[in-house]
Design a protein around this ligand. Structure first.
Ligand code: SP5
Ligand code: ZN
Length: 343
């Protein structure tokens, strides 16, 4: 049985156009077509589509700094009014802690200096519909929480842009607002804790980890390609960060179903005693994905869904990465079939 999925057309409005990597502007891979492909596959498989309902900012501000939210809300309007030579908001100087002697950075007078207060990479560009899409993605995730709080065992948030790389006040990694973290915080408020987040995206869920660091009421686990082997987010995602409320399971590049599913089993065991579950569902660990060297199969994703579904917990699945347009729909559908299978 496929769980119901939540959708908003607004999520299509973000068109990153490009990512600046090693100083070079390259075509973006986090495209609107990703969400459209997933939706088409789910509808073809008979899943029920539910329209996202607007939610107030409370749940969003339980996770993110007001200053980040205010920046994202106005960044494009301010940028486009400044007549700059770039058609996307892109940082150029970064307000690192040591630079300001540990003091909070001022609001810089130059519009073009502002992104460097909140961005931690150059790959995450902001354009005309970015805010509307990112905010809609939060509404999609919160509507999925509503469904699960209302008694649905599993609901899927078919949203973009993704979110798991975003911390309390810093955005990056093609992410602007941490949809999975907002869902976890809201599940905690509605159902009680602890809530577990299991992140299957090929990249470490660094934002979610840092948002809930040292908190026992939201526990985070992440299965991802080893940042020590040279992969994003580079600075975080190591097993040395593990503690009773955080479990990182880094895998060697090239890892396929067997080691990946063993790690998913470990993450499921870690989540077993939770009151509710968020699955941060990136399908970029699949073989053939252009953004990661992991080699997971469609059957592997189906089995991962079963393993996590077998926990029998109220579960919100939130879309993260996955960039192979030819397979993204089938991969998500397979995972959801696994999560939704009778336990
Ligand atoms: C949500 C998610 O999956 N974010 C992934 C962000 C990682 N991006 C790292 C990109 C590194 C350089 N990519 C160069 C290939 C050009 N497409
Ligand atoms: Zn990813």
């Amino acid at each position: 049985m496929l769980p119901p999925f939540v959708w908003s057309d607004e999520c299509l409005r973000h068109e990153p156009a490009a990512e600046v990597w090693v100083g070079v502007r390259m075509p973006a891979t986090e495209l609107p077509a990703r969400a459209l492909r997933i939706r088409a596959a789910l509808l073809a498989a008979g899943a029920e589509e539910i329209a996202a309902a607007p939610h107030p900012d409370d749940a969003l501000l339980a996770v993110h700094d007001e200053a980040l939210v205010a920046f994202l809300r106005t960044a494009w309007v301010e940028w486009s009014a400044a007549g700059l030579p770039s058609d996307r908001v892109v940082p150029y100087v970064f307000a690192r802690d040591e630079l300001t002697g540990g003091h909070p950075p001022v609001e810089p007078a130059a519009v073009w200096a502002r992104p460097g207060r909140f961005a931690y990479d150059t790959m995450t560009l902001i354009g005309p519909g970015t805010w509307e899409a990112a905010r809609a993605a939060v509404d999609v995730a919160l509507t999925a929480v509503d469904l699960v709080a209302g008694g649905e065992r599993v609901a899927y948030a078919c949203c973009r842009p993704p979110g798991h790389h975003v911390t309390r006040s810093l955005y990056g990694g093609s992410c602007y607002l941490n949809n999975s973290a907002v869902a976890a915080a809201e599940l905690l408020r509605r159902l009680g804790g602890p809530v577990a987040v299991v992140d299957l995206d090929a990249h470490h869920g660094n934002g979610t980890q840092e948002l809930f660091r040292d908190r026992d009421d939201v526990r985070t686990a992440s299965v991802h390609v080893d940042p020590g082997a040279g992969w994003f987010p580079h600075f975080l995602g190591f097993a040395s960060e593990n503690d009773p409320s955080n479990l990182n399971l880094p895998l060697a590049p090239g890892s396929g179903d067997e080691p990946w599913l063993a790690a998913v089993h470990e993450a499921a065991t870690f989540a077993r005693t939770a009151r509710a579950l968020v699955i941060a569902l990136g399908v970029d660990a699949a073989a053939g994905d252009p953004e990661s060297p992991l080699q997971v199969s469609g059957d592997g994703y189906l089995e991962a869904g079963r393993i996590l579904g077998d926990l029998g917990l109220p579960t919100v699945v939130v879309q993260e990465g996955g960039y192979d347009l030819a397979t993204i729909g089938a991969l998500v559908t397979a995972t959801l079939a696994g999560v939704g299978a009778p336990t």
